[in-house]
Design a protein around this ligand. Structure first.
Ligand code: 5GP
Length: 206
């Protein structure tokens, strides 16, 4: 640490939610509005949806490439979700942390559990829809998934919601604007926590 400079441990923000809870837009908006917060891009074997771009929404790879990355220990965590593989690459996370950024990860409850073991000092946030009816409506509005896929995602949503107590914070995404402001408030407060700060220069200077 340079003399006279306050340094702060970077934040790892882990965000989980049942699909359809509005997590992606919420994470994107929060990252756009808060300086020095970036959204880490995951690897997946799921095919891209029409509006999705490689390298922005996900790194889209085939099964063999993903398996090779598992074998080489290139993931901090990975999980099978809705029949596809998803994982957080070490390189992606380390790149952002080295640049001095706080990093948000949008991962499922299995991935969050693994990350909690590796980064117990992380910030764990769970997003829930205001009701199950709303969740179903959002999944249908997306018009990208088949009926069977919607059913599968709803079933998984019910299973995932049971894990909310594993997270330090819960945000109810009823009004998008309020949910964004709650997420910004959580991250802002976490940035100020004393255990993340190094003020040793104050002693050096005295
Ligand atoms: P979707 O296919 O709708 O983009 O994402 C499906 C689920 O996979 C979501 O719950 C999302 O949070 C999760 N997911 C996305 N990336 C990762 C990842 O890198 N690791 C894990 N464990 N889950 C992920």
């Amino acid at each position: 640490m340079g003399k006279g400079i306050i340094s702060r441990e970077r934040l790892l923000v882990v965000v989980s939610a049942p699909s359809g809870a509005g997590k992606t837009s919420l994470c994107e908006r929060t990252a756009a509005e808060l300086p020095d917060l970036v959204h880490a891009v995951s690897f997946t074997t799921r095919p891209p949806r029409p509006h999705e771009r490689d390298g922005r929404d996900y790194y889209f790879v085939d099964q063999q490439t993903f398996q090779r990355m598992i074998d080489k220990g290139e993931f901090f965590e990975w999980a099978e979700v809705h029949g596809h593989l998803y994982g957080t690459a070490r390189s992606e996370l380390e790149k952002h942390l080295a640049e001095g950024k706080d990093v948000a990860l949008d991962i499922d409850t299995q991935g969050a559990k693994q990350m909690k073991r590796i980064f117990p000092q992380g910030v764990f946030i769970f997003i829930v829809p205001p009701s199950l009816k709303m969740l179903e409506e959002r999944l249908r509005r997306r018009k990208t998934d088949s009926e069977a896929e919607i059913r599968r995602r709803l079933k998984k949503a019910l299973e995932e919601i049971r894990y909310y107590k594993e997270y330090q914070y819960v945000i109810v995404n009823d009004t998008f604007k309020r949910a964004v402001s709650e997420m910004k408030a959580i991250i802002t407060a976490e940035r100020c926590k004393s255990f993340r700060m190094d003020l040793s220069f104050l002693r050096e200077g005295s």
